[in-house]
Each structure stands twice: as C-alpha cells, then as structure tokens.
Design a protein around this ligand. Structure first.
Ligand code: ATP
Ligand code: MG
Length: 391
C-alpha cells in the first residue's frame, strides 16, 4: 500500500501573475517541513493546483499529515491511497482500504474525476464500478448520490489514480513570507501570540519585540515569551525576538509623571521603540494584540493617544474580537496554557489605580514633559538583544 497526502491550495489560484511565486513559496515550505521530518525520503509533486507528498516509509504518513496541516496556503488536505491507472488496481485498492473509512456512516457516494482524459473509462463508469464494489462490501452503508454523509473520491491524475474518503480543512491563508514582514509586539499574554498567528496566516513574516523590565519582571517571564514564540514556530519555523529593556523608562515615569497616565505614557514609549526595532529589521508594520475596550489602555481615546507616536501602520487583528474568540484561537494554536502562566509583564509593573480611559492628548504630552524622551529611548535601544527561536 502506498499513501499520498493530497493538498489543494485556494486563494493563491486567484493571484494571476503572482501565482508562480506563491506556489514556489508554498512548495519550498512543504519540502522544508518534510525534509526536517524524514530527510529526503519522500516524493513531492505539484500539478494542477494539487500538491502531492508521499513519504517512502508509509508509517510516517500520519505524522507528515499533522505537520502539513500547519502550512499556510493549503485549504484542504487528505490522505489518499495510490493506485496504478487501471480499473483492476483502482478497485482492488478501493476495496482493501476504503471500507474502514465509510463503514461508520449511513450513506456514501463515489465521485470520480479524470484529469487524464485518455483514461479508457468515463467518470460515471468509474463511479458506478467502484461504488458497486464498495456497496457490496459495506451493505449497511446506502448509496445516496444526492446528499451522502461521506464522499469517496477517485481522481485519475497524470501518473496515478488516487482514492480517498473525507478531506479536512488545511491551515488556510496565504503562504508564509508572501506578504512582507511585520514586527509583533509580543507580551506574555493571550492576545499578542494570537495576533501574530493571524498575520502569519496572511503570509506576513513575523519578527517579534518583547519589552522587559528587570528586575521588576523575571527571567521566567522572558522564558514564557520564548515558549510562546516557539509555539508560533509550528507555523513560521523560526522567529527572531528582540528584547528591549524598559526598566529605566518605567522608573523615570514612576518618579516624574502623574500616576493616572503611567500606562499611557509607557505605551507612548513602546510604539516608537517598536518602530525603531522595525526599521532595524526591515519590518513594514507593527502588530499588536489590542482589542477595543478590553482594558483602559485599549479604549478608542487611549489607542488614539498611543497610535500617533508611530508613523508605521499598526495591525491589530484582534481589535473586534471578544476575549472568548481570542481564547478559542489561542487554544487551537496551543499558546493558551503558556499564556496563562502567572508571570508579570512590564505593563503590569507600576500600574495606576485609576488609569485614564478617555485621555486627552495635550494632557498626556504635558504629563510626560518632564522626561527626556529622546535620551531614554536611545538608551533603551542600546539595551536591545536578540534571540532566534526555531522549531
Ligand atoms: P496580551 O494582549 O498580550 O494578552 P494584554 O491584553 O494585557 O496582553 P496590554 O498589556 O494592554 O494587553 O497590551 C496590549 C498589546 O501591547 C499586547 O497585545 C502586545 O501586542 C503589546 N504588549 C504589551 N506588553 C508588551 C510587552 N511586554 N512587550 C511587547 N509587547 C507588549
Ligand atoms: Mg490584550
């Protein structure tokens, strides 16, 4: 028995002249992932908007399937049984393997497609023959051509025929690296890893910046951020994290500014510092996990007061989402359990008792007037270190 993972890609079909380069990114990604898993011991092909991966060692198919489920750009995938292109072998392979996939359903139908029009039988003839054999083997599963519970597909392709029952959704989105580079402001919380995942899914290459505040934040808080980046690497393969210290800035804010404005002023440092990091690493946009109204610093007025400190576009993919919706994605991408570990973030150091929810820009600027912003930011940038996290 030989099994092949068949993958279809979606949106990139629509991209006209770019199709080639998107397709190449996707193929490279799939090959790189397979190489990491099984070395060179697999076959790979890309034909007619379908990608074919066949591990030489059939016992690795399920493992490969799980890895390929996390490749952006693939809309659906399935494990198919490969047969020679003659009806004897197609029927034999179908009868040996498909009953176990359909026996728990009440109805099925066989759908056949021939991209090789030289094949001697027509699609309806293939459907009738394979359907007839399968219904003899599975008498409790009725043939229902109108609304079957499961569809068995026979695809006659260029080199082989493929038979499968039931495909799944792939990771969707666009191939990673196909849409520029963004700098994710990665805290240890629930929202920012989700924001990074959502932009990565649209093909944006993710770099990250994390602001720390030793000794007010701990080594464990930093390790948590690294662990979150590693979860995202399941999709991106690698992420470079830039660490910038806010300790001096936070102490200066604490010592010189009105308490109600602490968080806002801090965020008015974070955005331009992130912009500085973005310039250094060639990122064209910032990405945050903000959600409108979630906390005092994420009201419309508060975002307006912090947003004007950077000229880069700021992408906030969680902006219109409820916390439960964000948590659902965090669970899906396996960041949730790490995110809820109770280590402090720099934003929770020196938090005001009564943060302003409707700040006025002039007043914030006045409140921070006693700080030497330029000098503080220069020294924070000098503190920058980086770490590459890989799968
Ligand atoms: P999270 O969004 O991470 O769950 P949160 O909801 O508490 O945290 P805030 O603390 O208000 O949100 O932060 C809003 C956004 O600012 C975060 O989503 C993240 O993008 C960014 N951010 C917050 N703290 C940091 C940090 N220490 N380093 C980098 N970015 C941060
Ligand atoms: Mg948040």
């Amino acid at each position: 028995m030989t099994r092949t993972i068949l993958m279809k890609y979606g949106e990139l079909i629509l991209k006209g002249a770019n199709k080639r380069s998107f397709e190449k990114l996707l193929c490279d990604k799939i090959k790189a992932r397979m190489r990491r898993l099984v070395g060179d011991a697999f076959e790979f092909e890309c034909m007619q908007s379908t990608l074919y991966v066949t591990p030489h060692d059939d016992s690795r198919v399920e493992e490969a399937y799980e890895v390929l489920k996390k490749v952006f750009g693939i809309v659906s995938l399935c494990i198919a049984y490969r047969a020679e292109k003659n009806m004897d072998d197609i029927v034999k392979v179908a009868c040996e393997n498909i009953p176990q996939h359909i026996s728990s359903y009440r109805s099925f139908k066989v759908d056949a497609r021939r991209s090789d029009k030289q094949f001697p039988l027509t699609s309806p003839q293939i459907m009738a023959e394979v359907g007839g054999e399968l219904s003899e083997l599975c008498p409790d599963v009725k043939v229902d051509v109108v609304s079957p519970e499961i569809v068995v597909r026979v695809e006659i392709r260029e080199k082989y025929a493929y038979i499968h029952a039931g495909s799944e959704h792939g990771a969707g989105g666009m191939p990673y690296l196909s849409n520029g580079r963004g700098l994710l402001l990665l805290s240890g919380g629930i929202d920012s890893p989700v924001a990074g995942y959502m932009l990565a899914k649209r093909g944006v290459e993710i770099e990250a910046v994390h602001f720390e505040s030793f000794p007010y934040t701990s080594e464990r808080a930093k390790e948590k951020v690294i662990a979150l980046a590693r979860c995202l690497c399941e999709y991106t393969d690698r992420i470079r994290i830039h660490f910038v210290s806010l300790t001096e800035i936070q102490e200066a804010i604490r010592d010189n500014c009105e308490e109600d404005y602490f968080t806002l002023i801090l965020r008015r440092f974070m955005m331009p510092l992130a912009e500085g990091v973005a310039k250094k690493c060639g990122a064209q946009a910032l990405i945050t996990g903000e959600s409108i109204g979630q906390v005092a610093s994420q009201t419309m007025s508060a975002i307006a007061v912090t947003d004007c400190t950077t000229s880069l576009p700021v992408f906030r993919p969680c902006i219109g989402m409820d916390k439960e919706e964000i948590v659902e994605i965090a669970r899906k991408i396996d960041t949730f359990e790490t995110s809820i570990l109770p280590y402090e973030d720099c934003c929770t150091v020196f938090t005001p008792r009564h943060p302003r929810t409707k700040p006025i820009l002039e007043k914030v600027i006045k409140a921070e007037a006693r700080l030497d912003r330029e000098a503080l930011m220069d020294r924070a940038m000098e503190s920058m270190t980086e770490l590459v996290v890989e799968l």
